[in-house]
Ligand binder design. Structure first.
Ligand code: GLU
Length: 473
């Protein structure tokens, strides 16, 4: 069997968004599952959309996400260069072959003429320059007239192929336009370059967005014109932000980088995006990259769009967070904790222990610990708890005793609090509630009353309790 070769062919137009990364992931999974090669090609022929630094982001993201490419601009390979702008001469040479065979032609029509025919009702280019004589063409070329090279599409008949996701796709040739293959600046269009490169790079499985599904028959006509073998195709439905619009770079929808910055783990992001368009068998949802390589299946690819659900990705992330060893967690959490000066004085290990079970993403650390910094002036109404029947008045009665036992029995705080309740006729829940509010000034904390006191240490805990008593008047 022929070696499977897939490619990811992004245009460097900004950050790598989630949809692009998913295409890369599926191309990677399919290649690796079949013992094949995954290739990176940079499609930078649209100079107007080129964004500085975007190529580096692509390299970094793929590497960080674990999608190691076997060939690519920065790793080399037998079929380079892997950057389209460095292949300009190759495209021109092949376009000239098509001109010789009659499958393409020079077109000298200017903007004004094209606008005019469209104003007059034409829905596509009218093949005007196809009728130019050889002499006329030679003369205009010699004169240095500006030209493009267009594909000569048959005026009748149909073209068909079988997509691995969508099945048979048939298009009437009369509905296809004679696309530009080479632009007036000498650069190829995507419509041409993708065919030339996929062939020369021996790509036999083309995996890409569904927006190319209906132009693929046109590309196949080029393969036929050259007498080349047509690759297999897998077109992928888009990822939607909501029911009405696609997740898109244009609207600044989240990039991989942004998710990582916010404290999503790369395994979780990759795992989640794999599920956006692929349904594994038996509803399993959590996979390592290696497991996905084993389990990925074309039959599980969706024919409809998927909706990006950040909450679900957070939930998945929390599973990966819980699985980290305490050391791994602490090391990863470090830079997130360091963002907050008010967390500096606390026992790092203990803080991490409390946070690990409670955060979904590392950016939760801020909101989850913010109360530490906002103790002064907290709402005394928090002592009110329907379940435990506690009130600010009860807190006022209890606090002197709680302060005393904190002072004398801090090392056995939990037992001391329980005993305090028993001795004074309070339920354990009542004591713990009042203690927690009096120490933290909030009802949601990353740990219970005793854990929070341990985190603050004896002195600070006492200061906080005294402050609360003073406020209760
Ligand atoms: N450069 C194209 C894009 O970014 C790639 C399409 C393809 O994979 O063929 O959409």
């Amino acid at each position: 069997m022929q070696e499977v070769r897939t490619r990811f062919a992004p245009s460097p137009t900004g950050y790598l968004h989630i949809g692009g990364l998913r295409t890369a992931l599926y191309a990677y999974l399919f290649a690796k599952q079949n013992g094949g090669k995954f290739i990176l090609r940079i499609e930078d022929t649209d100079l107007e959309r080129y964004v500085d630094g975007a190529v580096q982001i692509i390299y970094d993201t793929l590497k960080d996400a674990g999608l190691k490419y076997d060939e690519g601009p920065d790793v080399g390979g037998e079929y380079g260069p892997y950057i389209q702008s460095e292949r300009k001469d190759i495209y021109l040479k092949y376009a000239q072959k098509l001109i010789e065979s009659g499958d393409a032609y020079y077109c000298f029509c200017d903007k004004e003429r094209l606008e005019k025919i469209h104003r007059e009702g034409a829905t596509k280019y009218d093949k005007h320059c196809l009728k130019l004589s050889k002499e006329e063409i030679a003369e205009r070329l010699a004169r240095g007239d500006k030209y493009v090279i267009r594909q000569n599409i048959p005026e009748s008949g149909t073209t068909t192929y079988t997509d691995m996701v969508f099945g048979d796709i048939t298009v009437d040739c009369k509905d296809l336009e004679d696309n530009i293959l080479i632009k007036s600046d000498g650069m190829p269009t995507y419509n041409f370059a993708n065919v030339i490169d996929d062939h020369l790079m021996k790509i036999n499985y083309v995996i890409r967005g569904v927006e190319y599904l209906s132009s693929t028959p046109k590309y196949n006509l080029l393969y036929k014109a050259f007498g080349w073998e047509i690759p297999h195709y897998m077109h992928l439905q888009p990822i939607m932000k909501d029911a009405t619009r696609k997740l898109s770079k244009r609207y600044g929808d989240a990039s991989y980088e942004d998710f990582i910055k916010r404290g999503f783990l790369k395994q979780a992001v990759i795992n989640y995006i794999a599920l956006l368009g692929w349904s594994p068998k038996n509803d399993r949802e959590k996979f390592t990259l290696e497991e996905m390589v084993q389990l990925f299946s074309v039959s599980g690819l969706s024919k409809s769009a998927s909706i990006f659900d950040e909450n679900k990705m957070k939930w998945l992330n929390s599973l990966y967070v819980k699985e980290m060893t305490p050391e791994e967690f602490c090391a990863y959490a470090d830079k997130f904790i360091n963002k907050f000066d008010y967390l500096k004085g606390y026992d790092r290990r203990l803080l991490c222990e409390l946070l690990q079970n409670r955060i979904e993403i590392f950016d939760d650390i801020g909101p989850m610990t913010d109360f530490i910094n906002h103790f002064d002036g907290y709402d005394l109404g928090l002592f009110e708890n329907k379940k435990w029947k506690t009130t600010p008045d009860l807190a006022k009665v209890m606090l002197p005793g709680l302060i005393e036992l904190t002072e004398t029995q801090f090392d056995y705080l939990h037992d001391a609090l329980v005993k305090f309740g028993e001795d004074n006729g309070y339920k354990k829940g009542q004591v713990l509630w009042i203690y927690r509010i009096a120490v933290t000034g909030t009802q949601s904390t990353p740990g219970g009353a005793v854990e929070m006191a341990r985190l603050f240490g004896k002195d600070e805990t006492l200061k906080r309790l005294s402050y609360s008593l003073k406020r209760l008047g």
